[in-house]
Design a protein around this ligand. Structure first.
Ligand code: GLN
Length: 544
C-alpha cells in the first residue's frame, strides 16, 4: 500500500519547503523506497508557464512539456522520482476541471461546493500518483498555512487520512524559529501559532521541521514539543546552510528524520547509504580551482529566475572539483558600460533563455566580446538566438539582422517563427515544449561531450533558426552541430575557430544533477577552467 507524506509550511514563505520535500524524497530513495513527489500550488493561475520569472522564479519544464513551478527542479535534482503533468497542480487547474465537469452535467444539477467537489478533485490528483510501484507519495502544499488560498488544500489533506487511515499518512510542518537579536534568543511562539492554525483545521502535524539561524537548545525543543503536541524526537532542527543546499539532506538525517518517518509509517526500508552524497559535498568543500562565469540575463538581480542554470554550473563545478563563482550581470548594464569593462575578469560567458526585447543588444555585445576574445561561451535558447544574430551582423555582414520576435520587418530575420506557431493566440502551454530528439554531427564538440549521437533535451520556445540562412552560416565557420530528427530544425551551433563556443536551442540545465553534471555544462566549465589556468600561467610569466 502506498503511504503519503504531506508537507506544509508556516510562519513565513520562502522557507525552503521544496528543498526540504526534495531532501526527504532523496533520503527515502537512498533507503530503497520508491518515491513520487508532487506540488500543489494554491495560486489561481492556470498556467505556471505564463507567470513572471521576476515574481515567481524560473518556469521549470518537464519531459512531457508541462511548465511547472521551480520546486520541481529540486525534486528532479535530488531524486529519481518520475515527474509528469500530474506532479504539479494549481488552484486554477483544479477549479477549471471542476467547472468543466459541472458544465458537462457530471454533478447532476447539484450545488457545486468547495467541500466536497473541490476537495474531492484535490484528493483525486493526489490519488493519481498511487500505483503498485510507489511506496510513498510526498505532496507539498505551496504557500503558507493561514493563506486564504491554501484552505481547500489543507481541508483535502485532512480528509485524506480519514479516507485511507491515519497510519498511512504523515503530516510534516515546516516552520521558522527566528532569532531576536534584541532579546538575544530564539523565539518559538510563531511556530506555536502556526501549528495552532493547522490544528484549527483539524490537522495535527506529526513532525515539525524548524528552520533556524542558530542551533535550537533542548529546552526550546521541549517547549515546542509541549506546546505543539508532538513528541520531542519529532521536533527536527534544520539550521541554515551557509555553504550548500546539498547539505540539507545530510543534516535532516543527522537529526533523525529518516528513522522517524520509517518508524511512523512502518515502512520496510534498507539501511541508509549516503556515501555518494557525502562525497559530493566533500568535493564542493575542497575545490582545486576557483573560476568566474558571467551570466548575462535580463533578470540579473533576481536569483530564482535562472535557478536551474546556477545549479547546473554548480554541478559542473562539483564534477571538476572547482568552485564556480557566478557573476550575475544585467544585459542592460552591458549596453551602458560596455562588454569589455564588465566581462574582462571572467573565465566564461553564459547567456540564458528569455523573452522580450529588453537588454537584447547587451547580450549580443557580450557574445561578440566572447567570440572575438576567445572566451568560452555557452548560449541557451534565447542565448543561442542572440549568438545567431551576432554572427549574422558581425561576421556575415547582414546589417540589421534580427529575430522577428523583436523586429517584425527586419531585413534579415535570421531567427523567425515556426510555421505551426504563426496562428497561435493563447499564451499558456502553446510553445514548442518538452523533450525532443536531437541528432548530433559526428565531428561536433557536442558529440564529444555527450558521447552519443542522439540526445533528448527539453524545449520551451516559439522562434527558430531560419533555415534559409543555414548554408551562409556554415560557409563562414559556424557548425550546425545538432538538428531535430528530420534534420530541419537547428538545435546546436558551434564555432570552429574558437576554444569553446556552443549554443543550444533547448534547455540542458533542466537535466543536470549534482551527482551527474550535464555533459555540456561540464564541457563549458572545463573550458573555462583551462582558460583560467592558462591566464594564471601567463600572468606568472609576465611577472618574472
Ligand atoms: N523568446 C524565444 C522564443 O520564444 C526564446 C525562448 C527561451 O529562451 N526560452 O523562441
Amino acid at each position: 500500500m502506498t503511504k503519503h507524506i504531506f508537507v506544509t509550511g508556516g510562519v513565513v514563505s520562502s522557507l525552503g519547503k521544496g528543498l526540504t520535500s526534495a531532501s526527504i524524497g532523496m533520503v527515502l530513495e537512498q533507503r530503497g523506497l520508491r518515491v513520487k513527489l508532487q506540488k500543489l500550488d494554491p495560486y489561481i493561475n492556470v498556467d505556471p508557464g505564463t507567470m513572471s520569472p521576476y515574481q515567481h522564479g524560473e518556469v521549470y519544464v518537464l519531459d512531457d512539456g508541462s511548465e511547472t513551478d521551480l520546486d520541481l527542479g529540486h525534486y528532479e535534482r535530488f531524486t529519481n522520482s518520475p515527474l509528469t503533468r500530474d506532479s504539479n497542480y494549481t488552484t486554477g487547474q483544479i477549479y477549471m476541471s471542476v467547472i468543466e465537469k459541472e458544465r458537462r452535467g457530471e454533478f447532476l444539477g447539484k450545488t457545486v461546493q468547495v467541500i466536497p467537489h473541490v476537495t474531492n478533485e484535490i484528493k483525486a490528483v493526489i490519488h493519481k500518483l498511487v500505483d503498485d510501484d510507489t511506496d510513498i507519495v510526498i505532496t507539498e502544499i505551496g504557500g503558507t498555512v493561514g493563506d486564504i488560498e491554501s484552505q481547500p488544500f489543507l481541508e483535502a489533506i485532512r480528509q485524506f487520512s480519514l479516507d485511507i487511515g491515519k497510519e498511512n499518512c504523515l503530516y510534516i510542518h515546516l516552520t521558522l524559529v527566528p532569532y531576536l537579536k534584541a532579546a538575544g534568543e530564539l523565539k518559538t511562539k510563531p511556530t506555536q501559532h502556526s501549528v495552532g492554525q493547522l490544528r484549527q483545521i483539524g490537522i495535527q502535524p506529526d513532525v515539525l521541521i524548524c528552520r533556524t539561524e542558530r542551533s535550537i537548545s533542548l529546552e526550546d525543543r521541549e517547549k515546542i514539543a509541549l506546546f505543539c503536541n508532538v513528541p520531542l524526537e519529532a521536533v527536527i532542527e534544520e539550521k541554515d546552510k551557509d555553504f550548500s543546499i546539498y547539505e540539507v539532506p545530510l543534516s535532516l538525517v543527522h537529526n533523525g528524520l529518516d528513522k522517524l518517518i520509517v518508524k511512523r509509517l512502518a515502512l520496510r526500508a534498507n539501511p541508509l547509504n549516503l556515501d555518494s552524497w557525502r562525497d559530493l559535498v566533500q568535493r564542493m568543500r575542497n575545490p582545486k580551482h576557483e573560476i568566474g562565469i558571467a551570466v548575462v540575463g535580463k533578470y540579473a538581480e533576481h536569483f530564482d529566475a535562472y535557478k536551474s542554470i546556477y545549479e547546473a554550473l554548480d554541478h559542473a563545478g562539483i564534477r571538476h572539483e572547482t568552485q564556480v563563482r557566478v557573476g550575475k550581470i544585467s544585459s542592460e548594464e552591458i549596453e551602458r558600460e560596455g562588454a569589455e569593462r564588465l566581462l574582462g575578469g571572467y573565465d566564461g560567458l553564459l547567456v540564458p533563455g528569455g523573452f522580450g526585447e529588453r537588454g537584447i543588444e547587451g547580450k549580443i555585445d557580450a557574445i561578440r566580446f566572447a567570440r572575438e576574445r576567445g572566451v568560452p561561451f555557452f548560449g541557451i535558447c534565447l542565448g543561442m538566438q542572440c549568438a545567431v544574430i551576432e554572427f549574422a551582423r558581425n561576421v556575415l555582414g547582414l546589417e540589421g539582422a534580427h529575430s522577428s520576435e523583436f523586429v517584425k520587418d527586419t531585413p534579415h530575420p535570421v531567427i523567425c517563427l515556426l510555421d505551426e506557431q504563426r496562428n497561435i493566440t493563447e499564451k499558456g502551454g502553446t510553445m514548442r515544449l518538452g523533450a525532443q530528439p536531437t541528432r548530433l554531427d559526428p565531428d561536433s564538440h557536442a558529440l564529444a561531450c555527450y558521447g552519443r549521437e542522439e540526445v533528448f533535451e527539453r524545449h520551451r520556445h516559439r522562434y527558430e533558426f531560419n533555415t534559409a540562412y543555414r548554408q551562409t552560416f556554415i560557409d563562414h565557420g559556424m557548425r550546425i552541430a545538432g538538428t531535430s530528427d528530420d534534420g530541419q530544425l537547428v538545435e546546436i551551433i558551434e564555432l570552429d575557430r574558437h576554444p569553446w563556443s556552443m549554443a543550444v536551442q533547448f534547455h540542458p540545465e533542466f537535466q543536470s544533477k549534482p551527482t551527474a553534471a550535464h555533459p555540456l555544462f561540464a564541457g563549458f566549465v572545463g573550458a573555462a577552467i583551462e582558460r583560467h589556468v592558462r591566464r594564471g600561467e601567463r600572468n606568472r610569466e609576465l611577472r618574472k
